[in-house]
Design a protein around this ligand. Sequence first.
Ligand code: ZN
Length: 487
Amino acid sequence: MRETIFPLWNDSDIESNLTVCEFPENDSVRPAILVVPGGGYGGVCRSTEGDPIAARFAGLGFRTFILHYRVAPNRFPIPQQDILRAIRMIRYNAEAWRIYPDQLAVCGFSAGGHLCASSGIIPDDVENYSDDVIDKMPGRPNAMLLAYPVITSGKYAHKGSFQNLLGKDYAKRKREFSLETRVTKESAPAFIWHTVEDQAVPVENSYLLSEAMRKNGVVHELHIFPCGPHGMQLGYGRADIAQWPEQAAAFLYGTLGFTRADRPEKPRTVVLTFDDACKSHLENVAPILKKYGFNATFFICRFNDEWRKKNQKHLLTGKEIKELSDMGFEIGNHTWNHPDLKTLSEAEISEEIGKLNDFFAENGIPKPVSFAYPGGPFAENAVPVLKKHGLIAARTTEQVPWNLKKHDLMQTPSFPLQKNSPHAFYFSLGGADANNVPVLLFHGVPDLVHEWVDTAPEFFAKCMKYLYDNDYRVISMKQYLEENGLC
Ligand SMILES: [Zn+2]
């Protein structure tokens, strides 16, 4: 498709428009970036903060768009209506323009940053200009990339931008548009960068926004470069600033889970583990894993008699564990009673492991080769006992990918995932490559007895779909050991 310019509105007197940058026919579906040049709400610097930026992000795997919005003497809400209309138009045309409608970032410079931040922070303040099918689409972007943005109308304001945006209402309404005061937990995640030397839009604009996002729990990344004036765009050859598009792309792909169009040649591997023998492992987890052809290790424990009596209905029975085993999943040893191994003697540790192995044998479940330390941390005193029981690898909770060249098998690291945090999930996958294999650790899905490690079934389903959609190979600990000739 050639570069095409679409008017934003049906009314032909309105000059604002959306450029859809050129892309090959039948190209893969990609995340979208809408580039919004600055100009103090008095102009639109398309040649410097439009086309070159779009070209750069196209090279990083994104489908790119450029907004031409109306500026002074047009006042609020006109520029805001333009950006929201552009976002909705891109989503409405998701199929034709081959984008993921829920992976759309706006990328704004200076006052264009204020306009982008308006779309991500106060979209509900902007009344719809028209009411057609496009206006039915959601307006808030999924992420904001903000370069030396205008944010505050307070002490550190770039006054001219607010005067242009508000005209005669400037004094009366400027506080409403000091966006650091408007951040809520619904605000779009942001990647923000600024230079300390910026004389036009003080760096405090970015500090204030970052602080407000931190207070409201909004995921964001902030880069401050010591040198450089306002309007550094792609860095003008400065090695430090020139990296920001790559860093922004890493934020979108790595922290927010945007989909890469270019996949690695060799599929990446993830090891999946589940702890504490929750009933939901058989009811909710196993069917999803089967659907995607994934394998996993289930670490079983029984807890003490009193606990077991009270929580029977949440704990897998021997027969149910055998069922998981028969489905092809690995069953691992997590001790009988889930004690702190550091406080036990070798004989006591041996009893903990042996008792569970006997229970497995009674139920026709193969003798385990994988172990998980109860509670998570490595217990050095247990190592000789684990080896005596034929255990080959033991899982800790050090949050780095498993690397067979680096890690002793008795200290296999993993990423505990709880609180349904998508960012923690994407973060855990960040280092995956040919030699680095993230081991993910879930508890119950849901976990009705240990609510501090609970995972919601909907969140879990999303995680598994993400692994499947992104071509990850999902296996058990034992399978990874076998593939490497260790078992
Ligand atoms: Zn446990």
